[in-house]
Design a binder for this molecule. Structure first.
Ligand code: ING
Length: 307
């Protein structure tokens, strides 16, 4: 089964840029996608706001205005309406504040009929929860979000088995294999990845981009699935995030790549029948996996050196 899939890379969103302005940018890319026959469109992580976890605030409730308390809402309804008019499925990430007052870094998957058919809350939160003075840049996702409570799930949408992950999730093989064990054929990953180094000085942007692409290509290949990884990138209030949005096939080859750091559409035809070969040969999990030897992966959280 074939599908034209698009990635809508979004350039920097400044602190004072309202959601309406961002949604207008998203809709411009959706129109471009429609003109190119795109049937399913992937937007980045936290698509509606700037990457605010770079800022420290003592009272976290001061940042509740970065969160959505309902979805769709006034700001995003026009996007849902356009997608339904185009008969296009899509996914995007946003910051979710639940009625119970819980904060998540969330992604939803919307069917061409305009229904939210899947919700995912980011599992792997990088960074730290308290201000760390020795860092050149703060990365406070652990301060503002709870670890997701959904786990990694798949949904059959537009005839394909689709699963969502968010940003740091792409670096963890567990993300991919958990989806692979459910037969996933398309993994979507929105990301916001700072280029600046705040861990060690020698790492450059080239190495960070390499690790991003390596993670996505390996995950796709090792689970014989397509992957669409889409950045929010460019400059946000003087802070740079790298681009590198890509569409990857089940052999781990990049079949579409963004060239710039702004709003940019990438498109590729996915032939989901291509997923079957890997799933029935090299990555025929039932034939080859030996779960009796994998216990550490779920029983042990941290590394233990006992030799
Ligand atoms: N950002 C980054 C990411 O995982 C990071 C955090 C940057 C981790 C660089 C490792 C190296 O892509 C988010 N938002 O998770």
């Amino acid at each position: 089964m074939k599908m034209i899939v698009g990635g809508a890379q979004i350039g920097g969103i400044q602190k004072d840029e309202g959601r309406q302005a961002v949604v207008a940018r998203m809709m411009a890319l959706m129109e471009q996608a429609h003109e190119k026959g795109v049937e399913f469109l992937v937007y980045p992580e936290m698509t509606l706001t700037t990457f605010f976890p770079r800022f420290y605030v003592e009272d976290r409730s001061e940042f509740d205005h970065w969160f959505e308390t309902e979805m769709p809402n006034a700001a995003t309804q026009p996007l849902f309406d356009m997608a339904k008019r185009f008969g296009m499925g899509f996914t995007f990430g946003y910051c979710e504040l639940t009625p119970e007052g819980l904060h998540y870094n969330t992604s939803i998957l919307v069917s061409p009929e305009g229904e939210i058919v899947s919700k995912y809350r980011k599992t792997h939160l990088p960074g730290h929860a308290e201000y760390e003075a020795d860092r050149t840049h703060q990365h406070l996702e652990k301060r503002y979000f709870l670890p997701g409570d959904t786990g990694f799930n798949v949904v059959r949408n537009q005839g394909a088995i689709m699963g969502m992950a968010i940003c740091n999730d792409r670096r963890w093989p567990e993300t991919w294999r958990t989806l692979g064990l459910q037969g996933v054929e398309l993994v979507t990953i929105g990301y916001n990845t700072p280029s600046q180094n705040n861990l060690s000085k020698e790492e450059g942007i080239e190495r960070r981009v390499y690790h991003h692409e390596l993670s996505v290509c390996a995950g796709a290949y090792q689970n014989s699935t397509y992957a669409v990884a889409v950045a929010k990138c460019g400059m946000e209030d003087g802070n740079h995030m790298f681009a590198g949005s890509i569409i990857v096939d089940p052999d781990g080859f990049v079949i579409a790549r963004a060239t710039g750091e702004g709003d940019e559409l990438i498109v590729a035809e996915c032939d989901f029948d291509k997923c079957a070969f890997g799933k029935s040969t090299v990555f025929n999990f039932a034939a080859h996996r030996r779960v009796e030897h994998y216990g550490r992966i779920t029983e042990q959280t941290g590394m233990k050196i006992e030799v």
